[in-house]
Design a protein around this ligand. Structure first.
Ligand code: AHR
Length: 329
């Protein structure tokens, strides 16, 4: 990647950035969009062309083609799923426009089709949750074979879904938990609720629901309460423990009250991080291909102090589990 952009060729101080956003399916996504808009504002010297794809890949492909036609300086892409990007990324490459992938990853035939990626480690997030659940069950004196888990998955084929589902499935394999059902909740509250309602009708012995984001968790909690059951950590006595990802403000508020037992961070504030990469590219500096953001894990009580989880690069890391308090919120 080089700093030889159209912007510098034109001698203009304003950088034009096209951002293809997945949609507005979750609170996390709203925070992510705001972070991008705040960073790439006219006050900061940018012209941002923001496109909301409403969770549809074809809309993202159209948006990228429009950005190419408009000869933007940079394309930022938050891809809905990992596959299906080769053709349009080749078109951006042919037009000499650097592409920065944000949040989820792309699975392409040639990694040179994009310049760099910034995001979080979804597989490690899932592994953290699995290690937490193993220790939590031990602390509650619940045997592995007594754990009856349902999994409300994210958008199928997205990095966040692939990694978090894999983290859970590895735990099922390793510890011998019962995985009763898996179905997508599309990362939305409405679908999370609908899926949980149908799972509760099908199974009367669920004691853990593993939701792949906070909005699905909010929907699942509503469904559990509407069915006359209780969310919480007393899984020996019929309560259902909710595991979630994102740590949105509302998610951590539910963790403080005990409605969510464990919330694994997925940080959405990628605007300044993407800008840092652009500044380096503008200066003609090399950037790392993959840029992982460090993240934490939060829980309601103090049953689990630390979790261990191998990251996507193969290194084992240890994390303190933070017991959520009013001060943290
Ligand atoms: O890709 C990140 C995921 O997408 C977040 O967990 C979820 O809330 C969002 O919709």
């Amino acid at each position: 990647a080089s700093g030889d952009t159209k912007n510098s060729e034109n001698g203009s101080d304003v950088l034009t950035v096209g951002f293809s956003q997945v949609g507005a399916e979750s609170d996390w996504r709203t925070a992510n969009s705001e972070s991008m808009k705040d960073t790439f504002s006219s006050e900061n010297g940018y012209e941002l062309i923001f496109d909301d794809a409403q969770q549809k890949q074809e809309n993202q492909i159209t948006a990228i083609r429009n950005f190419i036609q408009q000869e933007v300086d940079y394309i930022l892409l938050a891809p809905v799923t990992e596959t299906g990007w080769d053709t349009v990324l080749q078109e951006a490459k042919d037009a000499d426009i650097p592409v920065i992938i944000v949040d989820r990853m792309v699975d392409v035939s040639d990694d040179d089709l994009y310049t760099t990626w910034i995001g979080t480690d979804s597989l490690q997030e899932g592994r953290k949750a699995a290690d937490w659940l193993n220790q939590y069950a031990e602390a509650k004196e619940v045997k592995p074979e007594e754990l009856n888990i349902v999994n409300i998955q994210g958008t199928i084929g997205s990095t966040a879904q692939i990694g978090r589902t894999k983290g859970l499935e590895e735990g099922v394999e390793k510890y011998g938990w019962n995985l009763l059902a898996q179905q997508t909740g599309e990362f939305t509250q409405a679908k999370g609720q609908e899926v949980m309602e149908s799972m509760l009708k099908q199974y009367d012995n669920i004691n853990v629901v593993y939701c792949e984001n906070d909005n699905e968790a909010f929907g699942a909690i509503d469904a559990i309460e509407a069915a006359g059951k209780t969310v919480g950590g007393d899984i020996k006595n019929g309560e259902i423990a909710v595991i979630s990802f994102d740590t949105t403000n509302a998610g951590l508020t539910d963790t403080l009250s005990g409605k969510i037992a464990c919330d694994v961070e997925c940080n959405p504030l990628h605007g300044p991080r993407a800008e840092e990469l652009i500044k380096k590219l503008e200066a003609g500096e090399e950037v790392e291909k993959l840029n992982y953001v460090a993240e934490e894990i939060f829980t309601h009580g103090n049953d689990v102090a630390k979790v261990k989880a191998v990251n996507s690069l193969g290194d084992e890391e240890e994390f303190e589990v933070t017991q959520i308090t009013q001060e943290i919120l």
